[in-house]
Design a protein around this ligand. Sequence first.
Ligand SMILES: Nc1ncnc2c1ncn2[C@@H]1O[C@H](COP(=O)(O)OP(=O)(O)O)[C@@H](O)[C@H]1O
Ligand SMILES: [Mg+2]
Length: 299
Amino acid sequence: MDAPAIEIRSLTKTFGSVHAVNDLSFTAGPGRVTGFLGPNGAGKSTTLRALVGLVTATSGEALIGGRPYGALEHPAQVVGAHFEGAFHPGRSARDHLRVYASQAKVDTGRCDEVLAMVGLTEAAGRRVRGFSMGMRQRLGLATALLGDPQVLVLDESANGLDPAGVQWLRSFLKAFAARGGTVLLSSHLLSEVELTVDDVVIVAGGRLRRACAITDLREEASAQVRIASPDGDKLTAFLRDRFPAAQALSATAATVPGVTAAQVGAAAFADGLELHELAESADSLETVFLRLTSQEAAA
Ligand SMILES: Nc1ncnc2c1ncn2[C@@H]1O[C@H](COP(=O)(O)OP(=O)(O)O)[C@@H](O)[C@H]1O
Ligand SMILES: [Mg+2]
């Protein structure tokens, strides 16, 4: 059965004069890993905290399966969350989990189960103080899993992981979603999670910039063809007739958005236009992300 969806509806949270979250709306559906992305200070953590009742919204709603966290009958079984820095450094991993297990009214036997799920069985008795970033992230995920929830809310859980750790987290979250679970994973680095997420919700300055499938973002990043011809006049006429969206780079060169090199090449061949350059170029996904979250995009 599908897990409950996460719904953020016109959420606003102000701290004094700071608009941490500003009229934000999006959904994260079951069976998907949703990346909640934006630069530092974008309002991600505040939104995720509102979702699990750690922050009271100024206005709007943060809902899980149509209900605010406070109205869930068995919250630990519905949603598990982890936020950065939630550890007492002097406690062992197992003791950390026991504290949370009693809060979540979960049997303490579950602690060893979740430690095994994240590969920390060997480290169960060690103090968190000596843990690497990767081990801390695993322990955070174990904490979120205590109640065997259907929804995971993870704040920067990929942050500081080495490539093997990122890959491990990816398989774990993909498997969780494949079983029908809902995952909302925040990150300030698209590159850290781009292979993990199915959908992206991009925020900056507390506002939504884009919500779409990661494949849509990839499409936006690709599909640009650069062409050049020694015959500037003929090139201009060709582009005007065939590809009016083209942008001139010089008198003899231009870029054509939203097409493949094959399409432009075939048209040029048909029109007898001599080409000295015909190349697909792609912005990186990171460039698209930066453009969406830049100050100018806010204006
Ligand atoms: N408890 C708080 N008191 C005052 N300002 C806060 C508080 N929590 C967050 N903020 C501010 O709200 C904005 C968004 O913060 P945050 O949600 O942590 O962003 P992100 O997680 O995307 O980095 C920032 O300007 C931050 O300084
Ligand atoms: Mg944050």
